[in-house]
Design a protein around this ligand. Sequence first.
Ligand code: 5AD
Ligand code: SF4
Length: 484
Amino acid sequence: MNLKAGSGDREHTETSSVYPPSEEPGRQNYFIEKCREHVSALAVSRGRSLTFHITTLGCQMNAKDSEKLKGILLQIGYRWTDSEDADFVLYNTCTVRENANLKVYGHLGYLQSLKKKQPDKIIALCGCMMQEADVPEKIRKNYRLVDIVFGTYNIYKLAEILWERFFTGKPVVEIWDDAGQIVEELPSYREFPFKSGVNITYGCDNFCSYCIVPYVRGRERSRKPEHILAEVQKLADEGVVEIMLLGQNVNSYGKNLPTPVTFADLLRRVERVDGIRRIRFMTPHPKDFSEEVLAVMRDSEKICHQIHLPLQSGSTRILKKMNRRYTKEQYLALVDTIREYLPDASISTDIIVGFPGETEEDFEETLDVVRQVRYDAAYTFLYSKRSGTPAAKMEQVPEAVAGERFGRLLDTIHENQADAIRKNLGRTLDVLVEKENDVHGYLTGRLENNTLVHFPGDTGLIGKIVPVKLTQEKGFYYFGETVS
Ligand code: 5AD
Ligand code: SF4
């Protein structure tokens, strides 16, 4: 299945005398307009506006993609609703671990019951899980309630795909085998008025042996710096104060551009955009982390001293089998260098437990790194076998063994994490206020190092950066009070 843009007969079945443009983003704007007319006619006939709901699973990339999908649907004239009773329900899926897939299949049963009550409901699935070899076929055969399936490479084409569904009344499955162009300047809706993710690369070339991402998100592509800077400038003009530069391996940004640019160069240029006060990035790969980036961070007023540095395993033997291309010693040396440049840096990580062939000794090496680094936060995962990846064919660790190690790892992380947070207790630090807390009269915000802080305050402070005295620590968050 590889239905590239403009290859079908749809252009010639148009009733309108105007053919869709072949160039983007004009082509999508054309289909947004077609859908808008159709949705508006449906609203008149149903006597109410049409609604949509998007469920986003997975990482920051998916969250960013969902903002783009939401932007397109709002432009088409759908209204957002928090409920899955919506006229258009979209699942933006993840497939990094098997659980994510099971969640989607489980949920389709529930959507089936909703669709019985609302036969005109449109159900769509997109994202990483749809790029897996057998998934679209399985859905077509076993889940006939699904009207639209598309992947990761063609999310910008939502309006064109939806138009096809409206026009033909038949299910539409459009999965591309590889990435097409990067389409700029389509609508996007921001979840937060004051902070935003900004894509800098798409895809990944690292092929860690456990990971499905390179297969479902394709080869690494960098956005041109002028496009990134224009987006950051636009965000700043709209009042955004914090941006997160997004990529699977941000340190390799720009290598394949016609005029190569380094990540350090990009950071320097983003720093110069007025109005932006905090810059974060996610995710650097330890093997590509340059000292130049650390120097830029040290000299910067805006780049947060927060580094997410996935470890995955502390055993050099396992790291080799994972194809991570660094050793335990190189990783620890990098942490030392980070702390030389940025003594106050907050360091977080991802760790996989139970990778094929992991022995007790290998696992002890992971605990050793956790004790030495004293992470501020660590995200831990039980290894999940993803078919098509090299690790799926390796000898698996029994579930019970992996589960037992997982518990010990969590304990070790928590013991060390509690120490890290005490460093700032009693200090007054800047907090970007994000939202009202569930506790009445309280607000929740984040320190530069990303730690959560809850404190009493007025909702008028949301979106502002305010000094807060950190009065109590609770393991991985603080309570505080504003100071004038
Ligand atoms: N099993 C478990 N965890 C995985 N990750 C990626 N692939 C797998 C897998 N097959 C974790 C890695 C990565 C994070 C985003 O997800 O730790 O850094
Ligand atoms: Fe997956 Fe490794 Fe790429 Fe991260 S760097 S997305 S873990 S292949």
